[in-house]
Design a protein around this ligand. Structure first.
Ligand code: IMP
Length: 175
């Protein structure tokens, strides 16, 4: 496979993460605990950078899901692989996703976490492929909208490769 072609540089990502952190810190200024729920595996780098830049008290949880019909085609059926460990009842929850593609995962997660009866549930995603949306889900804090292309880096992978690149790049699988 050819090397990824840079779509969002390390500097562009870092600047946007700073902006999102400032916005989230302002919005939750009066909250005594924000529970950030990272969606494994892809959100681990974004969550690490974002969480360290917040100025409000926060705790970290992780959740893992898998969708049936893997690859670049999602069937829309999402399965919970690992739930949050802590009790989130009555707390303010922010779901931190790497990328929103068809939006089935985020829709499922909002419903699933809401069933734990938190005080609020909001969503944050670094990247969204707006034109691929199959369900309508609001992203409260969005890094970037991109086109319909497969991207890697900054936590995102293609068959487990390229997750740790500092930038986000487009890959084109070999024919
Ligand atoms: P959705 O349920 O279709 O929104 O899919 C979301 C999940 O698909 C993400 O959390 C990623 O794991 C994966 N995904 C979708 N597009 C990409 C991409 O371009 N690169 C890497 N992972 C992707």
């Amino acid at each position: 496979m050819k090397s990824p072609v840079v779509l969002l540089s390390e500097q562009e990502i870092q600047t946007r993460v700073d902006e999102l952190a400032a916005q989230i810190s302002a919005d939750y200024a009066d909250v005594d605990e924000l529970v950030m729920v990272g969606v494994l595996k892809g959100a681990f780098i974004f969550l690490a950078d974002l969480s360290r830049r917040l100025t409000v008290p926060r705790t970290i949880e992780f959740i893992a899901v898998s969708s049936y019909g893997r690859g670049s085609k999602s069937t829309g059926a999402v399965r919970l692989v690992m739930d949050v460990r802590g009790n989130i009842e009555g707390k303010h929850v922010l779901i931190v996703e790497d990328i929103v593609d068809t939006a089935h995962t985020l829709k499922y997660l909002i419903g699933m976490l809401a069933s734990h009866r938190p005080a609020s549930v909001k969503t944050c995603a670094l990247v969204r492929k707006a034109e691929r949306a199959e369900v309508d889900v609001e992203v409260d804090y969005l890094g970037f909208d991109i086109g319909d292309e497969w991207v890697v880096g900054y936590g995102l992978d293609y068959a487990e490769r390229d997750r740790t690149l500092p930038y986000i790049g487009v890959v084109t699988p070999d024919d």
